[in-house]
Ligand binder design. Structure first.
Ligand code: SF4
Ligand code: SF4
Length: 482
């Protein structure tokens, strides 16, 4: 700046000396440098994704990545190394495009809605759920007659299914004389454990002095992790998520359930192997499911015993013997969100998890529910619905059901598919974009999905391109299944 009188200020000299590098190097040089950086980063990202895909043996993704490198980055590299009129302008357009893509993927905007509770949630009678009809009601018993007297509309459908062999049983589609026994043996062990579930529920002794709820919560969570839980969450127990009457598991059929003295719940989740889930539907995926439920039963029962020994009442809720609905409690405990397929979708493993709950009067410090964009992503994705062999997953918009706005899965047709296949199907879990392995690249994608609506659309498009809209191809079963 020149003052009246002709003096130059210090800042004028400073500016003259330290001009912006663009001016020194020239715009062309800056564009060139940025272009090389963008090309390098894109190569690095696609290279890392390619390596991840090779490790996961996702050959379609490997092929698409190679095509992207050759036909996407190849021309970019050619523009960089060749000299022709208009090259500078073309590079600037490419850089602008890359910048816009980055902004679209990384800048957070738009709202993320949580699950909408629209009214009171009435308690569900477990006899109105599906599994008890096939696992608890035995033809010829009083309970059987009484149930079908009231629900005559279901009798014909249920009897047709009863005529089919059970999961992995002789005569079923998946039956194999040796490897079907992996599932059967774990299933019978789970049944054995279930016999002891209702023993020792009450406190042994009195709660330890000088231990705050915070300390006890922390120790219980750490213990759950030690036992093998991949995810642990705590919540106040919403009594709406407690079944009103026994339908399955221990206790007299139809007897009322009272868990009003249990004020809190601990939820544990274990992830399922993505390798086994990718083989759904079939015996490997069914074996994986049984294994995870058995693991969870052991963990949840030990945790309930541990809490009893601390001087509090506790009950484990495990496969085949629930008194509560695990998914809404897991949502309350911040383990994930409810997905279109009716299962919990977790941030790192998607729906590729199994759950167990321990209810208790130990005042566990509650976690907060999480929101990372699942409701919005499910709204545009519907891959589970597109691939469901029985059309059981809702393809449309969310609807009101028992006081909550959500998608509904038709359980009767889903279970009919299980019996026809002789396995627990699991195609919806397998195809979900959140189910990919928990590697760095997939974590990055899950982060991007949570940022904004545009990123969600782009990531869904990418999932369809890299893995297919109908990724039904199954890798061969491991040799110990053949
Ligand atoms: S388990 Fe299979 S049949 Fe059932 S909802 Fe999922 S995809 Fe459909
Ligand atoms: S497949 Fe898509 S719609 Fe279905 S649960 Fe997963 S993200 Fe949601």
């Amino acid at each position: 700046m020149i003052f009246p009188g002709g003096f130059r200020t210090r800042s004028d000299r400073f500016r003259k000396f330290h001009r912006f590098p663009a001016a020194k190097l020239g715009v062309a040089m800056v564009v060139q440098i940025f272009s090389w950086i963008v090309l390098g980063l894109a190569l690095l990202a696609l290279g890392a994704f390619g390596v991840t895909s090779i490790k996961e043996r996702e050959w379609r993704a490997v092929l698409v990545t190679t095509l992207f490198v050759v036909f996407g980055l190849g021309p970019f590299a050619l523009v960089l190394v060749l000299n022709f009129p208009g090259r500078q302008a073309l590079l600037m357009v490419m850089l602008l495009f890359a910048g816009l893509v980055l902004v679209a993927l990384l800048v957070p905007f738009g709202k993320k809605t949580s699950l909408q509770v629209t009214g009171p949630i009435p308690r569900l009678d477990e006899r109105d759920a599906l599994f008890h009809r096939f696992y608890r009601l035995k033809p010829g018993t009083e309970d059987f007659e009484a149930y079908y007297d009231e629900h005559q509309d279901k009798l014909d459908f249920d009897n047709k299914l009863r005529a089919l062999p059970g999961l992995a049983e002789p005569g079923s589609k998946t039956f194999e004389p040796v490897s079907s026994n992996y599932h059967a043996s774990m299933d019978s062990q789970l049944e054995y454990l279930n016999r002891f579930l209702d023993e020792d529920l009450e406190p042994l002794g009195t709660p330890p002095e000088n231990f705050s709820s915070q300390e006890l919560t922390w120790r219980t969570r750490q213990f759950a992790r030690f036992l093998g839980a991949d995810l642990v969450g705590c919540t106040r127990l919403n009594q709406s998520h407690v079944y009103s009457h026994v339908g399955r598991g221990s206790g007299a059929f139809g007897s009322p359930i009272d868990l009003s003295h249990h004020t809190h719940a601990l939820v544990i989740a274990v992830r399922m192997s993505s390798e086994m889930v990718r083989r759904a539907p079939g015996l490997p995926a069914l074996t994986e499911t049984s294994f995870r439920y058995l693991q969870l039963a052991n963990m949840a029962m030990v945790l309930a015993r541990y809490i009893n020994r601390l001087g509090y009442s506790a009950r484990a809720h495990v496969d085949g013997n629930y008194r509560v609905m695990c998914v809404p409690i897991a949502v309350d405990a911040g383990l994930g969100e409810l997905g279109r397929l009716g299962l919990l979708v977790t941030r790192n493993y998607g729906p590729r998890v199994r759950l167990a709950v321990v209810t208790t009067d130990l005042p566990l410090l509650p976690d907060k529910p999480k929101n990372f964009g699942v409701q919005e992503f499910c709204g545009i994705c519907a891959k589970c619905a597109t691939n469901c062999p029985s059309g059981s997953v809702d393809k449309g918009k969310k609807r009101q059901h028992r006081g909550v706005e959500k998608w509904r899965t038709e359980m009767d047709s889903c279970y009919r598919t299980w019996r026809k296949l002789g396995s627990d199907c699991g195609v919806c879990v397998k195809v979900c974009p959140y189910s990919h392995p928990d590697t760095f690249m997939h974590k990055l994608v899950r982060f991007v999905i949570s940022t904004n609506p545009m990123a969600r659309r782009l990531m869904l498009l990418a999932d369809d391109i890299f893995y297919g809209r109908r990724p039904m191809k199954r890798p061969p079963s491991p040799p110990w299944f053949s």
